[in-house]
Design a protein around this ligand. Structure first.
Ligand code: UFG
Length: 322
């Protein structure tokens, strides 16, 4: 089976490409390398190209003839999306339309989309389930919600089926150690904490300690990148088996506070580092935890790495070697 993977040189994409390769899929990665890396593509061919370049994309479809597309290529930094909304709508929405149009031209009818828990905004109920209203609170989340709506309409109108996976807080690295998070200027908590442990950052800031949570800091559902990657393989098999279009949360259904993550990082790394409490960061929901019943039931997804310290350890092993 041939799968075209956009953004396959990036963080989540590269872990999925590894699993696809191991499972015997034929892979072509289409990535502009704006944040991805050639070394991260462990299987298949890499074509360096932008989704804006429809001509190039057509040539790739013409030659490779994919049977399904997995779409990871997108910008992901929430604060940047607030400052540069057009950049986000252009890449995450307009370029996705280019991809869907080329798929239609070449009659490729199966699609896996990297969505985000950011589509929920500040959920009224946690754990949040897939039928909660989509109320994003930043342009990044809006772009993901818009694409989900496009996909829903498209699959109702045409012979086109998709799975949209709403990621919660993806973290960790491939336990085999060849790939991991390698994004410039990381904003994510666990990576920043590890870089502070490593001495690359002077001190770690906690953004807000007055949230309505037991220790006053925000709670998130951290999921190991390999468990997320495996969900993509199951979703692909589901579509190949004739499954209908679906949306699934990808999280463990368990949350950890910012302070708990920092403690886990200190424990695993064996390093103490300076932590300072600062103001809230705008747009942070107090608690974001997945109800993951649906993906477990419908795709038979069973997480392997549901253990915060293990997640931190794999991320640390990776970070230390960089
Ligand atoms: N945080 C800190 N200090 C830091 C970094 C983060 O206190 O240096 C806090 C944040 O305020 C937040 C929590 O740690 O409360 C987690 O923040 P992250 O930036 O690691 O992750 P987010 O939950 O903000 O965002 C992640 C993805 C988004 C996605 C969202 C959906 O980065 O792309 O999850 O759940 F939209």
């Amino acid at each position: 089976m041939k799968v075209l993977v956009t953004g396959g040189a990036g963080y989540v994409g590269s872990h999925v490409v590894k699993l696809l390769g191991e499972a015997g899929y034929e892979v072509l990665v289409y990535d502009n390398l704006s944040t991805g890396h050639e070394w991260a593509v462990l299987y298949g061919k890499l074509v360096v190209g932008d989704l804006e370049d429809k001509k190039k994309l057509r040539r790739v479809f013409e030659e490779f003839r994919p049977e399904a597309v997995m779409h990871f290529a997108a910008y992901i930094v929430v604060p940047e999306s607030v400052r540069e909304p057009l950049k986000y709508y252009k890449n995450n929405v307009a370029n996705t339309l280019n991809l869907l149009e080329v798929m239609e031209e070449f009659e490729v009818k199966r699609f896996i989309f990297s969505s985000s828990a950011a589509v929920y905004g500040i959920p009224e109920k946690v754990p949040v389930s897939e039928d909660a209203p989509l109320k994003p609170i930043n342009p990044y989340g809006e772009t993901k919600a818009v694409v989900e709506n496009i996909l829903r309409d498209l699959s109702e109108a045409k012979d086109f089926r998709y799975v949209s996976l709403r990621y919660f807080n993806v973290a960790g690295a491939d336990p085999e150690g060849r790939i991991g998070f390698a994004y410039p200027k990381p904003t994510h908590l666990m990576i920043r904490a590890l870089k502070t442990a490593k001495g690359e950052i002077d001190r770690l800031e906690i953004y807000g300690t007055d949230y309505p949570t037991p220790d006053g800091t925000c709670i998130r559902d951290y999921i190991h990148v390999m468990d997320i990657a495996n969900a993509h393989i199951l979703a692909l098999e589901y579509l190949f088996d004739g499954g209908k279009s679906e949306v699934f949360n990808c999280g463990y259904g368990k949350g950890y506070s910012v302070r708990e993550v920092i403690e886990a990082v200190k424990k695993v790394t064996g390093k103490d580092f300076t932590v300072v409490e600062t103001e809230r960061r705008p747009g942070d929901p107090p608690v974001l935890v997945a109800d993951s019943t649906k993906i477990r039931e419908k795709l038979g997804w069973e997480p392997k790495y549901d253990d915060l310290e293990f997640i931190v350890r794999t991320a640390w092993d990776w970070e230390r070697r960089r």
